[in-house]
Design a protein around this ligand. Structure first.
Ligand code: BES
Ligand code: MN
Ligand code: ZN
Length: 515
């Protein structure tokens, strides 16, 4: 795939190796806005619309022939018609899915320059900025490939032949800003996916620490690391217990974006990064362990989001916390029955060593709240199998009892296509975790267990309201169902999605603009 995808210069109307033209399904007449374009392509688009095999279903990408010697042949050796589906059912996701196919088709054709024409066919169904951003998202998503571990067993002559290459994308003036933003954030999404895909024998907690240090140097973020020794001094018994038997010691990575002039308290993002989850002594079955390298995806989303927030220079103070540990077994491992005194003094009896994510998040949340006094907290974690059963891979589960924060997140979800569905968190749910010889247990059984995860975390945020829930606006997003996908997903290749990067960046960006 392409090494880079970048926006071409504004004025350059000139030549492109491929032109993409977006059209709604319907009467199959050439949209009015495309008259001149169609003529310049020798009527290729209007001809294509007459042919039944050209599908205009949402996200369908059709390569259509262009007549030899057509007047404007210089502008496009290839023409693609992108179906937008029914106008009534259109969402920006259609453009993301279509654009993801465009980057693959462009690569297959070894195109170096493409032009994307959408506004003439969109008929106002979405704004130009939104359209541009969705296309940028999709191009970046479709271009992702994780080939770092391909070796002698993969036959050569695949993509290796003509790397590195850049794809230059041209678009109408109205969509340029969005396109540029989508492509830029797309690089951060790719970083999150790259780290997520890196296998657990490489991507251990120590590896994540050094990758974060490197990334911080490149972007101007501040990176501090609470290592094992420091965690012992601070009393982070949750983080230490989970990481005790890991091949490398656990750590809490802190990334800080503090632009000059940013006022007020920071936003705090927290992400679970269990580099591999065996379940510990409450061990997972072999099938249950499959894909557990993705148990670091909440943390990778936070790393990707901080990367983008820094590179975009968002005018907002943002803290990213990534607790990282490897949940393994040996004689130093924590046991079911252990009682841990956490950073904030709450005691936890470990009833299940497989409910480890909440233990490392708990110390990070309590520490972060105390140290940074954030104005809002958002955590992301592949926390429970229950949320996969309940919601599948179309949306993440969100727990947020603060209406204003919830609305911000819903709007960001709507704009980015990283969808959220609300689950409840009430005082009653906290009862499920009451301990016998400790304050609480880390797992109260199967009943409502995604909610138990959220209820557990609520003990580690600052001052509580009358219902015993945190006063600081807080959202817990359980991404266990969306962090990675199987074969056959409309938008993503099999593997990690980077879910959360675009959502968080969008939410923070809008926040920094409107306060
Ligand atoms: N990492 C898992 C959750 C998970 C499961 C993520 C499947 C992705 C796919 C988490 O640490 C876990 O093991 N959760 C337990 C909690 C239970 C012991 C209360 C679960 O979901 O079964
Ligand atoms: Mn687990
Ligand atoms: Zn886990």
């Amino acid at each position: 795939m392409y090494q880079r995808i970048r926006l071409g210069s504004a004025g350059a109307k000139g030549s492109a190796d491929a032109v993409v033209v977006a059209v709604f399904d319907g009467d199959r007449k050439l949209p009015r806005g495309y008259g001149a374009l169609d003529r310049s392509l020798g009527g290729a688009v209007s001809d294509a619309l007459k042919r039944a095999e050209v599908s205009l279903e949402a996200g369908a990408l059709n390569a259509v022939p262009i007549k030899e010697g057509a007047k404007g042949a210089s502008v496009g050796a290839r023409v693609f018609v992108l179906g937008l589906g029914d106008r009534e059912r259109f969402t920006d996701q259609v453009l993301r899915v279509g654009a993801a196919k465009v980057s693959k088709a462009a690569w297959a054709a070894r195109a170096g320059r493409i032009r994307i024409e959408v506004t003439g066919g969109l008929d106002g169904a979405t704004g130009a900025a939104e359209a541009g951003q969705a296309i940028g998202d999709g191009l970046a998503i479709g271009n992702f490939e994780f080939d770092r571990f391909r070796g002698a067993g993969t036959k050569p002559g695949g993509d290796g032949d003509s790397k590195p290459r850049a794809l230059v994308v041209r678009g109408e003036v109205a969509v340029r800003k969005g396109l540029s933003l989508g492509l830029k954030v797309g690089e951060s999404v790719a970083l999150a996916r790259e780290l997520a895909a890196t296998p657990p024998n490489v991507a251990n907690p120590g590896y994540l620490v050094s990758e974060c240090r490197k990334m911080a140097r490149q972007t101007g973020l501040k990176c501090r690391v609470i290592d094992k020794k420091k965690a012992e001094q601070l009393g982070m018994r949750g983080l230490l217990a989970v990481g005790a038997a890991g091949s490398r010691p656990p750590a809490l990575i802190e990334l800080e974006h503090k632009p000059a002039g940013a006022k007020g308290r920071p936003i705090m993002l927290v992400g679970k990064a269990v580099t591999f989850d065996t379940g510990g002594y409450s061990m997972k079955s072999p099938a249950g362990m499959d894909g557990m390298k993705y148990d670091k995806c909440g943390g990778m989303a936070v790393i990707g989001a901080m990367h983008a927030i820094a590179r975009l220079g968002l005018a907002m103070h943002v803290i990213g916390l990534v607790p990282t540990a490897e949940n393994m077994v040996d004689q130093t491992a924590y046991r079911p029955g252990d009682i841990l005194k956490m950073y904030n003094g709450v005691t936890v009896e470990v009833t299940n060593t497989d409910a480890e994510g909440r233990l490392i998040l708990a110390d990070a949340l309590a520490y972060g709240c105390k140290r940074y006094q954030p104005r809002a907290v958002i955590d992301l974690a592949t926390l429970t199998g229950g949320v996969v059963v309940a919601l599948g891979s179309q949306c993440a589960g969100v727990f947020c009892e603060d209406g204003a924060l919830r609305e911000r997140l819903y709007r960001a979800a709507d704009r980015t296509g990283e969808l959220l569905w609300r689950l409840p968190l009430w005082r009653e749910h906290k009862e499920l975790l009451k301990g016998t010889h400790s304050d609480i247990v880390n797992s109260g059984g199967r009943e409502a267990h995604p909610i138990q995860g959220a209820a557990f975390l609520s003990y580690f945020l600052d001052a509580k309201d009358a219902a015993g829930l945190p006063r600081v606006p807080w959202a817990h997003i359980d991404i266990a169902g969306v962090a990675d996908v199987k074969d056959g997903h409309a938008l993503y290749a099999k593997g990690p999605t980077g879910f959360g990067v675009r959502l968080l960046v969008d939410a923070v960006a809008k926040w920094s603009k409107r306060g």
